[in-house]
Design a protein around this ligand. Sequence first.
Ligand code: FAD
Length: 351
Amino acid sequence: MKHEYDVVVVGAGPSGAATAKGLSRNGLKVLIVERKKLPRYKICSGLINEKSQKLTQKHFGQIPDECYCRPKIIKGVRLWENTEKHTNWPFGGKDGAPNVWRAQYDKWLVDHSGAEVRDGCLLKDFKVNSKAITLYCQDESEGSIEISCKYLVGAEGCLSSIRAKLNPKLESECLWFLAYQNYYEGECSLDPEWYHGFLDASLGEIYAWFNVKDDFIIFGTSIKRGEKFEPYLKTYTEFLQKNFGLKLGRLVRKSSCLGTNLCATGNFYLGSGNILLVGEAAGFLNMFGEGISSALATGLLAAQAVNEAESENPNRPVLEIYTELTRQERRETLASWKLANRIAGRRLLLE
Ligand SMILES: Cc1cc2nc3c(=O)[nH]c(=O)nc-3n(C[C@H](O)[C@H](O)[C@H](O)COP(=O)(O)OP(=O)(O)OC[C@H]3O[C@@H](n4cnc5c(N)ncnc54)[C@H](O)[C@@H]3O)c2cc1C
């Protein structure tokens, strides 16, 4: 069976939901394709910073109670240089940052995006010809399906098959890192109303973190791909046990994901022809791993670019419009990593 849309957005994270929202309210026929069944788990601390709060409120409305976990609001980031010395970086906004479960927050965004949604549907390949882009997908209920569209938006997160196909050189040349975290029942003396980051390089090559969500204490670390995370995690666990009274109960979940260093080098990849990349697929991730704000922002900018190309600027390539619109976002991302390097006293993600 063949399906036709103005735009297909691949990925139901915040970048995909924001793209779809900006397009569907302009009257375009939009489909979101998501490989997992929704609501889906996403490894994330789930802190909605001030910029994300503003974009969420403006385009989707007030975050509903069912998205929140305890403590409902996180006051800020507490960065520890050692066990004695820390610096507080309070979140902007009235009270701090909403502490949400990504499964619920992302599902709520997608449900309010105005787009048709096909979850349990994996994009396997695509072909571009002069008239349309054809997507080849594996749908859990329908099997192999073909979808055709005028514009394709890659909102697949860090592991973007669209970016890999369009720019294999970048894929092989960029540096990759691994983020790993455990969810435990248990206790720890670190203040649950703060998100804690530890900058000592023996605990994590980029940094190690700790936060609380409902009844779970969550801590993790980040390393270069190819290195073993276990020694870092062991050192970090013992460090928390010795210095912050960590007592581990039941292990509830282990999870990990890969990331690229495109954000720190400025090698963003925005797309090709009528294919645009948004959020982490394009390389947008701010310092210390905050990425929801740029996912929402670039999704909205991609939608603006397509809307402009479809109406007031029909002769201007959509990628050129999107490239211009994202200039500020690219600058801010790079500047954030420069600040992170100054704070950490190391060249994070650069070597
Ligand atoms: C440990 C950790 C903690 C973090 N904490 C925070 C935080 O507190 N605050 C914050 O702002 N950011 C945080 N981030 C970053 C944030 O999670 C990401 O930057 C953000 O989710 C990026 O959004 P996205 O829409 O680009 O991609 P994603 O949210 O990754 O969504 C991509 C979607 O695409 C789907 N997909 C992928 N490939 C395909 C395919 N071929 N076909 C169909 N679907 C596909 C995936 O299943 C996924 O649902 C954290 C990241 C990590 C790793």
